[in-house]
Design a protein. Structure first.
Length: 314
């Protein structure tokens, strides 16, 4: 497999569901299961159900290698790429201010790749971000937009507010894509369609549309004492849960996106969060969530472990 950095530059606001039914709240990163679902749905639009079923079946096999893998999407500012802060990762080695301000430390959720993988002696903290250099610009701003719903029985109107994120110039989201050469063109075409269709919620309002670029990069050395998750992960039977050194959990559910299904929910999955530290490699899992009364196409939940090796003690 070859690894690519896929960089998303949003042309319109984006709404990422934070909690079911809470349209006034929006997340700002895109989890790996959402990215995978968007790619697969657009793949089906381009290549049809039969070919998509064949692709889905490859993910459901009990094998470590899959045709492609994605991480979650994190922030970038110009050439500064951020990832999830490793759980229990101390910032004290970089700045004395942290020792005097514990609240400042706790706020940091995302950290520059350069801070983790370069021998820097200093970092710059701004809110929930830890940069390798002094960056003053805001990455995004959250906007609230009024919506009107009309009661179909009384014709009464009700106003509610929907939140969205708008990225500032030079800022956006990026994710890793590992893909086999034989399917690279098809996956790139699916991402191109996804860019036009939009990712996330409120797409009927034009939300979530983006331009993108793909930069080939080298994978880091595989053998390490510990690894960090850059995706959500559903452990499989071979993954040793005793190897979880520091981790967080998140519950993921939602509705199945399909032109053949309406208001059908996914199963609730408890997944290991990005930034979790593992003492050994995990494979992760892709789960068949196809409803028993539905046979038009597969419905799968992506939970493969996208790992990077860490050489630092946390």
């Amino acid at each position: 497999m070859n690894r690519y950095r896929v960089k998303l530059s949003f042309k319109t606001p984006i709404h990422i569901g934070y909690r079911e039914g809470a349209v006034d709240l929006t997340d700002t990163i895109i989890h790996s299961d959402t990215i995978f679902s968007g790619i697969i749905n657009c793949y089906a639009l381009l290549y049809g159900n039969k070919k998509t079923k064949e692709l889905a079946d490859l993910f459901l096999k009990e094998e470590e290698e899959t045709p492609f893998m994605v991480s979650s999407a994190f922030y970038y500012v110009d050439d500064e790429y951020l990832i999830a802060r490793p759980f229990n990762f101390s910032l004290e080695r970089y700045t004395e201010d942290i020792k005097e301000d514990i609240k400042k430390d706790k706020k940091v959720k995302y950290i520059s790749e350069r801070v983790l993988f370069s021998k820097l002696e200093k970092l710059y903290i701004k809110g929930e971000f830890a940069f390798s250099k002094d960056i003053q610009k805001e990455i995004y701003k959250v906007e609230e937009r009024p919506r009107v719903v009309v009661d179909r029985f009384t014709n009464a109107t009700h106003i509610y507010y929907s939140s969205c994120s708008r990225f500032n110039e030079g800022c956006g989201l990026w994710f890793y894509l590992d893909v086999e050469d034989g399917i690279k063109h098809e996956i790139k075409s699916a991402i191109k369609l996804l860019a036009d269709e939009g990712i996330g919620g409120e797409r009927s309002y034009g939300y979530g549309q983006f331009d993108f670029s793909m930069e080939k990069i080298e994978s880091r050395v595989e053998n390490a004492k510990q690894y960090m998750l850059l995706s959500l992960c559903i452990p499989n039977e071979r993954d040793d849960l005793e190897k979880l050194k520091a981790y967080g959990l998140i519950e993921r559910t939602g509705y199945i996106s399909s032109p053949y299904l309406k208001s059908k929910r996914y199963m609730l999955h408890t997944m290991i969060k990005e930034g979790s530290i593992l003492g050994d490699k995990f494979i992760g899992n892709v789960v068949d969530n196809t409803p028993s009364d539905f046979d038009i196409h597969r419905v799968i939940k992506y939970g493969k472990a996208f790992l990077i090796p860490l050489g630092l003690e946390v």
